[in-house]
Design a protein. Sequence first.
Length: 137
Amino acid sequence: MKKIVLISFIIVLFGSLFGCREKIVTPEEKDDPEQYVISLREILNPSVEHIVWKRGGEYNIEWEITEHLENVVIKLNRKDYEEYIITEKTANNGSFQWVVPVSIPASHHYKIELISHHNPGVFTKSVEFEIADVPGG
């Protein structure tokens, strides 16, 4: 009798330790379609290489809306390094109005990076463009 109890205990112990373990999904995760977004669509503005934005100027950053994505982060990168966070969170509505700070260094190596607020590994980048001094500045 003791052997049967011991064998049953060992089987249950091994089953609980090495059995199939599914990730427990919370109701919020189950109903969150953002978890399935794997890529962002194209940035529409800036979209032409050699475009020049002036420091202190106001520009419209535009992108194609990605379904099932509520919010995005917008960053300004120079030579693929983060230079400036334009906004930490904005609605994924395809447009963001931005005044280029005069403190941003002039360079022709800038790109806008659009990032999923929910999943930072999902992002897209614009073409390279220039930020220049205001004439006479």
